[in-house]
Design a protein around this ligand. Structure first.
Ligand code: GFB
Length: 300
């Protein structure tokens, strides 16, 4: 077996073991022929497809077209190349933002095409939904064993801490640190009222490895713990972990995005009944530690 992990330098890809984890310079996923050549040259038999143009709520809203184009091309190319090279198994990453904004909760895998995604990230969401469509279509026409997973909001070491493009947890860790150092307010975007499910990247890596070796169903596999957390609670927990005692303020000039996106993890619970998720407190401790260890390279 020879496993390729695309996006192997990113938050998720860097947590997943693989035989091949090429950089963008080593493998251009925007170019189909390059991927075909790479898969043949390295005799790749399995792919965990993590690579994507990703970002938080602001990056998604500012770059709707870029997010749609880049992710649609990358995803379409990876699955087409895998088909052409008879790759035995592909696990592709979607995200809980693929669900319709107006939906019945908890969000279940059979709902993903039942309506428009939230306006803050509809372009990315539609590009991700096509991984489900292409994987099912290739299974039906060609017999490809291509599956998809739907993680909730992922966080952890090696995250993106750029304040313009990052997701909420790394952004708040960095902003809290800067508030401590400059004796200023800890500013949270939006109202703090939205709810999110968060999964630690170490758990994503373990569960994805299990999916690669055990899950062969066309239905997307939802990867999330049972707990939803309010953004205001995340802010307070980060402040507590980092020892911030100043003012936490909410800037309503920024959007809240989806109010909530609770997902149905019953299939995971049925197939992995004993799985223990990393607690948000433990995950935040590890993320803060990683940030402090790498602060110099992050902030210069
Ligand atoms: O993590 P986040 O950017 O993405 O925002 P989404 C989550 C919530 O945190 C929103 C609030 O309600 C934000 O307003 N928030 C508060 C902040 N302060 C901050 C901050 O300083 N930075 C950021 N980024 N958020 C993403 C999608 O939506 O979910 C992605 O855009 C992907 O495509 C990801 O699907 C899983 O959870 O709103």
């Amino acid at each position: 077996m020879s496993l390729l992990v695309t996006g192997g330098r990113g938050l998720v890809g860097s947590a997943i073991a693989g035989d091949f984890k090429p950089t963008r310079d080593e493998l251009d996923l925007m170019d189909l022929e390059s991927i075909v050549a790479y898969l043949n040259e390295n005799q790749i038999t399995q792919i965990i497809h993590c690579a994507a143009k990703v970002g938080g709520i602001k990056a998604n809203m500012d770059q709707l077209g870029e997010f749609f184009y880049a992710n649609t091309i990358i995803n379409t190319n990876v699955l087409e190349a895998a088909r052409c090279c008879s790759v035995e198994k592909v696990v592709s990453f979607m995200s809980t933002c693929v669900f319709p904004d107006k939906a019945t909760y908890p969000l279940s895998a059979d709902q993903i095409h039942d309506g428009e995604p939230h306006s803050s990230n509809y372009a990315y969401a539609y590009s991700k939904r096509m991984l489900d469509v292409q994987s099912r279509a290739y299974r039906e026409q060609y017999g490809c064993n291509f599956v998809t997973v739907i993680p909730c909001n992922i966080y952890g070491p090696n995250d993106n801490f750029d304040l313009e493009s990052s997701h909420v947890i790394p952004a708040l860790i960095r902003k809290c640190d800067e508030a401590i150092n400059t004796h200023s307010d800890f500013v949270i975007w939006g109202s703090g009222e939205p709810w999110r499910e968060f999964i630690f990247v170490g758990d994503v890596a373990e569960i994805t490895s299990w999916v690669l070796n055990n899950y062969n169903d066309p239905a997307p596999f939802i990867m999330s713990p049972e707990s939803e957390v309010q953004i205001s609670t995340i802010a307070q927990t980060i402040a507590s972990v980092m020892g911030f005692e100043g003012n936490i303020v909410y800037d309503s000039h920024y959007p809240d995005g989806q109010l909530k996106k609770p997902s149905d993890n019953s299939v995971l619970r049925e197939l992995m009944p004993d799985y223990q998720f990393t607690s948000i407190e433990d995950g935040l401790q590890q993320s803060v530690h990683w940030y402090k260890e790498h602060k110099k390279e992050i902030t210069t």
